[in-house]
Design a protein around this ligand. Structure first.
Ligand code: ASP
Length: 342
């Protein structure tokens, strides 16, 4: 019998209206288990664990990602797959971080949650949880786990976790993955699009739990006052990387203050990463004059990575590199299918 470990970290799926003014707060997972009797019908040994203090995912920090990655790593030999119940707000960040912290995965790590608590009659939580477990149980022809990567399952769709972002706070279909196809769909039957899965890896699982969150993410808008940001950066000696959310295919205004700021960052050997505000498509530096000039300041293309993947990858890369060149080399190398190299 296959063994699956379900880890409840918090999120709407297990929340109830107990807070001030009827606000939703995470509740004990044992109550949740009682609400899904179908769990007992799955043909597998399913073990449930709950964080002592379940969190609204808004409260998640990189420390929680590292704790979760370490917990999965330590339990890896004993289970065939892992299902993580998580709040939907920052699930795409956690999925991305796990995909960088846990490398050479040979087993599935499926994150899921819900838009409605599981004790509400129209909840999406039951289906999301039950199908996530079913997906984690799938095997290939040789009896190996079919999926060996970090995924998000939500509303009948299976996504590569580090390609997703939360696009809706009021629809059951909360996630999108515009730059990578769906990994699977649940209808009358479970259909996994195996051609899009990460290939099987022979190397043993590896863990990289270190991170450095001394980074900044700035989203451009017409009229942005680069003077303030420049001043803030001058006053942040501990800054280790900057992610610029640019327009279109990676464009930024040719602005004297932005130039001065990028020069300071270049002189301080701080990597600057170019990620587009567009959810679909890739950064192509040099396509327009307004991105060409960024190359003079050694700005690094983040290609078609999501903001979530770029932020977590920058954090997870910094402790393992020395200097901008080695940062760039590691940052632009696909680790777990998070970017497409043309
Ligand atoms: N605020 C909740 C959370 O992210 C929302 C959800 O779970 O859907 O934990």
């Amino acid at each position: 019998m296959k063994r699956i470990l379900v880890i409840y970290t918090g999120g709407t799926i297990g929340m109830a209206r107990l807070g001030t003014g009827g606000a939703l707060v995470p509740v004990d997972f044992n109550q949740l288990y009682g609400l899904i009797p179908e769990l007992k019908e799955l043909k597998a040994e399913i073990h449930f664990q709950s964080w002592q203090t379940p969190l609204d995912s808004t409260q998640m920090t990189p420390d929680h990602w590292a704790k979760l990655a370490t917990h999965i790593f330590e339990n890896y030999p004993y289970y065939d797959g892992f299902v993580v119940l998580h709040g939907s707000d920052t699930m795409a960040f956690t999925a991305s971080a796990l995909s960088f912290m846990l490398q050479n995965l040979g087993k599935p790590v499926i994150l899921t949650g819900s838009q409605l608590p599981v004790n509400i009659i129209r909840t999406d939580g039951k289906e999301n949880l039950l199908t996530s477990i079913e997906i984690a149980l799938l095997s290939d022809d040789l009896g190996r786990p079919l999926i060996n990567e970090v995924c998000i399952y939500f509303e009948y769709k299976l996504y590569r976790g580090n390609r997703t972002y939360k696009h809706s706070s009021n629809s059951f279909k909360a996630y999108n993955s515009p730059n990578y196809p769906l990994l699977g769909e649940a209808g009358l039957e479970l259909r996994i699009h195996t051609q899009y899965l990460l290939p099987k890896i022979c190397d043993p699982i590896d863990i990289y739990p270190k991170y450095d969150s001394d980074i900044l993410n700035i989203s451009l808008f017409p009229g942005i006052n680069f003077k303030w940001i420049h001043q803030a950066i001058e006053n942040a000696p501990q800054l280790k990387a900057l992610i610029l959310l640019t327009y279109g295919s990676g464009n930024a205004p040719i602005d004297t203050e932005l130039k001065a700021m990028l020069k300071v960052l270049r002189d301080r050997n701080i990597p600057v990463i170019n990620i587009s505000q567009c959810k679909s498509g890739s950064v192509v530096m040099g396509k327009y004059e307004v991105s060409q000039w960024l190359l003079d300041y050694n700005v690094i293309s983040g290609f078609d990575m999501t903001r979530e993947a770029a932020i977590t990858k920058a954090m997870c890369t910094l402790p393992y590199v020395q200097g901008v060149d080695s940062f760039k080399e590691m940052f632009q190398k696909p680790i777990s299918g998070e970017l497409t190299l043309k």
